[in-house]
Write a protein that binds this ligand. Sequence first.
Ligand code: FES
Ligand SMILES: [Fe+2]
Length: 347
Amino acid sequence: MVKQPSIKSYFDPDVSQAEVAFAFSKGLYYAGHSLMVTEQYHYQVLPHQHNRYVLFNQGSEYDLLSNVCLHRQASLLNGQGTTRNIVCKLHCWGYDHQGNLKGAPHFTNKPDGQLEKVSLTPWHGLLFKGRAPNMDLAELGLADYLNFADYRFAGMDSLTYECNWKTFAEVYLENYHVFSMHPGLRQYVKPTALNWQFGDDYSVQKVAMSDNLLKATTPLYREYQDHLLARFNGQLPQYGAIWCYLYPNIMIEWYPDVLIISTIYPDGPRRCTNHVEVYYPESLYHQNPEYFAAEKRAYMETAEEDEVACKLLEQGREALHRNGEEQHGPIEPFLEAGVAEFYRFLA
Ligand code: FES
Ligand SMILES: [Fe+2]
């Protein structure tokens, strides 16, 4: 029997902080994707840690550079762009693209300095601080799916949820609620035609696509499925979705013609933010932007339903917490297998 996290860990700042420190030091750190910075000197400020770091393409490698000036700690870069030099707007301290301090106007003795810089480890286009995932895509049958060739980075959204970060992960890692909470998604996939794969770093859920996309469904899924039927013209993909979770907080998702990478970051025990990056195949996107817009609307419908699921869990557990109670129920071994694995990682 797997040990479930205490009710307290969802609400108590100290318990939560200790748990987050443990999980995030033990797990992987996804920094960004090489498609965000396709040219040398191209940079992208990353929202993941409140714009603390910039992803920088150095030509032969990718770095994370501190985005905070060494002088009086002003913020340096915004958004994305291309530059060989970083100049602080406040008093014009200048750095080269490696983060070396080059100039400090009016200082007679120029101080020495170097912005914190971390080289990143590439893994199938994704960039990790520290080690890459121990996950063999070919062996898992994912090589053709988690394949970013000809894809482009289409943008990023940050969505905040009023719940503990584990709650978000738990909803992501079980298919039990698909029947009840997702009227659109449950028709688009075959929720029981589910295949799990687990490793120390990951869990993978492959869900078959429904064999009848003409069945009645929600208006947004109807629209999306009509696009899919036209796009694949009778030759529909085997899977409707592939959801990979890399511990502690990284999700890589495949849908037909769409790849999504999202990372969930705790902000105290009761709030978390999901940074969602979207990748589309370049030429197909230009031919048929409406197909991708329809996919996104269906995706968002499902995301909003998941938020309701998170809220329900949060409310019930808060009632227990406020009454000083500890309570846990059984985990359904197949449909909720990912939750048990996640708890194992946390323990
Ligand atoms: S804070 Fe950056 S130069 Fe002063
Ligand atoms: Fe869901």
